[in-house]
Design a binder for this molecule. Sequence first.
Ligand SMILES: Cc1cc2nc3c(=O)[nH]c(=O)nc-3n(C[C@H](O)[C@H](O)[C@H](O)COP(=O)(O)O)c2cc1C
Length: 330
Amino acid sequence: MTDLTTRYLGLYLKNPLVAASSGYTGSLEHLKELEKNGIGAIVLKSIFEEEIINDYHQRLNADDRFGSNIEFLDYYDYDLKEESLNDYIQLIKDAKHELSVPIIASVNCVTSQEWTQFAVKLQDAGADALELNIFIMPTDTKKSGREIEDEYIKIAKKIKSSITIPVAIKMSPYFSNVSEMIQKLDKTGVSGLVLFNRSYNMDFNIKKMKVTASSNVFSNPEDYTLPLRWIAVNSNNVNCSLAASTGIHNGESFVKLLLAGATVVQIASTIYLNGPEYITSILSELEDWMREHKYLNVDQFRGKLSRDKVKNPAEFERVQFMKHFGNKEI
Ligand SMILES: Cc1cc2nc3c(=O)[nH]c(=O)nc-3n(C[C@H](O)[C@H](O)[C@H](O)COP(=O)(O)O)c2cc1C
């Protein structure tokens, strides 16, 4: 009998497979499907910081009832944002009432302002943990890389001091020294890091000469090598949990990320592409592999191929094709 139980963000999970935040995890009906098919925990779809703020500004502009009366505006400000959050809070409450797997709320944010006061409401609604997806697009040429990094740390610290439930930061791989950033975020005392978020991409329509959204919404099954490298490099050097996200589409890449040292693996694209029933196949593949290799529980092999545990750690640093493929026809 294989034991898949895992501790993630201090929470008890029956297995290390987690549904990543996506539109799919935004309805109670889907959440029930995920639980029915054996998922270990669920990250709800994100509520967006910009969404709350834009919604607030739009409605404020459309309503001149209060003119410039500041006292009324203060009240109105609070009231409007509260309204924007109600649906999300209801989703958390319903999920906690109807499901038994851990429910992780998610906020997409770019600043440490505005929304942090509302994190308490997500906690009060019963969320078991909070995942913050932070992506600051570095389009401001006057801002240094260090300043942007400091903003991430500020957000992590601010949210940590605002709530008592565990906090995970979902970050991007686009830092000059991503390992340093992982270490710095770990030192803020967050309970987990999710490596990595996948940014929404823009595209051009050359017929209409327009900027469009990229149709490339889902990851590809070979994309898992990005989190694989950085989890393998960092898994022995952090105190917090590490969740792998991006490109894990099947049982094989699931096993690989655990061997790299991931505490859990998050999946989104494969749920969309193969349906929630595919969760049972992914879990069976893991169990079959564990039986074949005579592992009784996940801790027996987690991190076994991380950088600090392999004979030739130089493999993790190889970035150029020349040496490996230089003389081969591919
Ligand atoms: C349709 C769709 C919607 C998503 N929405 C969110 C979101 O609201 N918040 C978030 O943090 N990530 C969101 N993601 C990103 C996923 O959580 C995940 O990090 C990313 O898709 C990489 O994982 P995958 O390769 O398993 O898809 C979304 C992904 C997809 C495909």
